[in-house]
Each structure stands twice: as C-alpha cells, then as structure tokens.
Design a protein around this ligand. Structure first.
Ligand SMILES: C[S@@+](CC[C@H](N)C(=O)[O-])C[C@H]1O[C@@H](n2cnc3c(N)ncnc32)[C@H](O)[C@@H]1O
Length: 336
C-alpha cells in the first residue's frame, strides 16, 4: 500500500515536473522551450511545418536598450530573413500574429505594419485581419496626435486554417434582438454563445462589448510589469492562443522577452517555444513561469474591465485652478 502510494506520488511529481520543466534547446517532446540566443540561428533546429501559432512583437528599430537602430531598409531586410524562416516552420493550418507600432525618423512616422505587410505578402502569406490594439495611456505628443493604438497583423499560410471563434466570443449588445420578417420572424437572431468580437476589441469584465481592443499596455501600474521596457499583456496573446490553436499545439515567440506569450500558451495547455537574446529577460521570464506554476504570478485576468475613472478620485477631478481659469477648457462659465 505504502509502495503504491509512493509510486502514485512519484508519477504526480514527474508529470508536473515535465509540465513545468524549462528547456534551453528545442525537442519535439518539450512542453516549454525558452532559448537564450539569436532567433535565426535557433530556427535552424526546428523542422518544417512544426508550429501552429507564431505570435510576437519584434524589435521596432526605435533604439530600445536591446537593439541598435538601423536605417529602415536594412532593418526590414534582416527581418525578412527571419520571416522567411518563420514561414518555413509554420504548420499549413497555422497563423502568424505580428504586433507592431511605428518607427519614427526625423519626426516622420513610418507605420511598421504597412512595411511588414509587403514582406508577408511576398512570402505568400494571406492577411486575415489587421487588429487594432487600443490602449488608453502613452506619450502626449506636441507635433501630432498622441498615438493610442498599435496593430496586430494576422496572417495564415493557406485558406484552410485553424480558427476557433467560440472561445473568444463576446456578449452581444442586444441579445434580445429577433428577426422581424421572413421565415425566421420572431426567432432570436443572435448566437447564445455571444458575438464575434470584431477586429477592434476592448476587454471588459462583464461584457467585453465596447468594440475596442483595450487591454492596458504594460506600464508601471500594471500587475504584470517587469524590467522589460515593452512587454505584451498576457491577455492579448491569450486571444490569439484560444482562437488560432488547439490544446498541445506548438506556439512560438521568436522575440520572447520576459515570456508573456509563453505564459499565455502555458495557461491554455499549449506547448511553447520562445527565443530571446538577453539573459536578464530570460531569467525574469523563467521566474514568471515558475511563479505561474506555484500560483504566485500576478496577471490581469482575461477580460478584466479596463479601469475607468469614476470622477470621485482626486486625480480624476478637475483642479479648482482650472475651473477658475478663463482660458481653461474646464472653466465653469465656458461650459454654460
Ligand atoms: C518588443 S520586445 C518583445 C517583448 C515580449 N513580447 C514580452 O512580452 O516580453 C523584443 C525582444 O526581442 C529581443 N530580440 C531582439 N533581437 C533579437 C534577436 N536577433 N534574437 C533574439 N531576440 C532578440 C529583445 O531583446 C527584446 O526582448
């Protein structure tokens, strides 16, 4: 009896160790691979058509601490080589989600998704959606409107691709709507599982329904914030994981940073592969994965309501100085 219990316990430990073991080198049997090194070199070790989802935010060439700024042409040429390799390792039913913002030179804005689109198209990929990721905070620009979105380009390799709409449906704004004519007159017109969330999403706790992909970007007051200057919010990747893959599929982030995409995959029982050239980020990411398995990781739950000021907190009140200032937008007399 004691022997039997011991075996059961050992199996339990082995099983859980396997689930949470973080490997540096890729093997098809790994649940988690988190490789320290260069993306292009690492990709040589992955066989053709292995990965079901490639989801990443590449370096934007904006001079962050982990990149050297190049002219846009040489930056894109280098990225094209990587994307060619990524296309090779992508499963025929797989997807690539490429999340980018703007490259700025001499105050001129270059929207990177426009440049990247050409590369993917030349490599034969097909665009399914250009998703707007909207966030409410960021730099306040003086010479142009302040940027409050980035884009996520979703490409597939073929027409026959994995797309699971049901796990990412959102509640309908008018669930009581009925057909008002024809054969179905009087019947409910919506879907009891919810509606398609559209290509501009906002995650709201009770009903994800304000039509904007408004996951707060990861800044200092976000529970997931680490030392990394531009992390993915885990919940943004979770949408892609749930919609574009099935359990046990491989997910790859070729620029894995502190492992946000890996965490999104692990949460939903997918096999994950990340590559990152900075050791410090890998260390932070590994600790996040360990914390996740221990139940200690802080993250925004999927679909949690984006904070909206209720007008009662001090910071959301109009200061009395502005109320009295005749030139202010908030001047009480201006309003009447
Ligand atoms: C925009 S960040 C991605 C952050 C990531 N999404 C996260 O949530 O932590 C890009 C990352 O790519 C890494 N990187 C840049 N060039 C690389 C290369 N050639 N090989 C591997 N990693 C690279 C950078 O160190 C950086 O951490």
């Amino acid at each position: 009896m004691v022997e039997k219990q011991k075996t059961l316990f050992d199996n339990f430990i082995n099983e859980n160790t396997k689930q949470s073991e973080i490997n540096n080198d890729f093997l098809l049997t790994n649940k988690i691979t988190y490789h320290l090194g260069e993306t292009n070199t690492f990709l040589n070790d992955i066989a053709d058509e292995t990965v079901h989802l490639i989801v990443t935010s590449p370096p934007y060439n904006i001079g962050k601490e982990y990149e050297k700024k190049k002219d846009i042409k040489s930056y894109l040429d280098t990225q094209k080589e990587v994307i060619q390799e990524l296309t090779r390792v992508l499963h025929p039913k797989g997807s690539i989600c490429w999340q980018v913002g703007n490259y700025i030179k001499d105050k001129e804005v270059y929207p990177l998704d426009i440049f990247y689109y050409q590369i993917f198209k030349e490599l034969g990929l097909q665009l399914r959606n250009r998703i707007i990721w909207h966030f409410g905070h960021g730099l306040h620009c003086k010479l142009r409107f302040s940027g409050r979105y980035e884009t996520l380009l979703w490409f597939t390799k073929n027409d026959d691709y994995t797309f699971n709409l049901d796990p990412v449906r959102v509640p309908s704004k008018y669930p009581g709507k009925r057909h008002h004519k024809g054969k179905k007159k009087g019947q409910i017109s919506g879907n009891p599982l919810g509606k398609n969330p559209s290509d501009i999403w906002e995650f709201v706790a009770k009903e994800w329904d304000l039509e904007l992909w408004d996951i707060p970007n990861v800044k200092s007051n976000h529970p997931e914030k680490t030392v990394h200057p531009c992390q993915f919010p885990i919940e943004l990747v979770e949408r892609c994981v749930l919609a574009f893959t099935n359990e046990n599929d491989f997910i790859l982030d070729p620029y894995a940073g502190v492992g946000s995409a890996l965490l999104a995959g692990i949460k939903h029982n997918r096999k994950v592969i990340g590559v990152e050239k900075e050791k410090d980020y890998i260390e932070v990411g590994k600790q996040r994965i360990k914390d996740f398995f221990l139940g200690n990781l802080k993250y925004r739950p999927l679909g949690k309501q984006v904070y909206k000021p209720n007008g009662k907190t001090q910071v959301s009140k109009v200061p009395s100085e502005w109320l009295e200032d005749q030139n202010s937008l908030y001047h009480t007399k201006t309003k009447t």
